[in-house]
Design a protein around this ligand. Structure first.
Ligand SMILES: [Zn+2]
Ligand SMILES: [Zn+2]
Length: 108
């Protein structure tokens, strides 16, 4: 916490973990540990939204791109799907699975 980390990632709004940026040509906009995000994109990756409110992970859907995580903005209510990160900066699959379990608990 004492070193200057501004150029090396961001601190998660929800669990305060240090999130390291993805360097493999993709981008990361959500925390790999608790899966919360920030509403910074108007369209995925453009960082054009003025909202900046935390976005809560609310569920998943399967698409041609693979598993997508759905975020809902706690500020404006916008829902946005995100492809679950793979490769060098994988999401915490335990967190993914916990969310899936709580989601199916909701559905029943
Ligand atoms: Zn987090
Ligand atoms: Zn928003």
């Amino acid at each position: 916490m004492s070193r200057n980390t501004e150029n090396t990632g961001f601190a998660c709004v929800h669990c305060h973990a240090r999130v390291v940026p993805v360097t493999n040509g993709s981008y990361r906009n959500h925390c790999p540990f608790c899966l919360w995000s920030l509403h910074v994109d108007h369209r995925p990756g453009d960082r054009a939204s003025p909202c900046r409110a935390p976005m809560m992970p609310i569920g998943f859907k399967h698409s041609k791109k693979g598993l997508q995580l759905i975020h809902e903005c706690t500020g404006c209510g916008k829902r946005q799907p995100n492809v679950v990160a793979r490769g060098t900066a994988q999401d915490d699959l335990d967190a993914v699975l916990r969310l899936m379990e709580s989601e199916s608990a909701y559905a029943t």
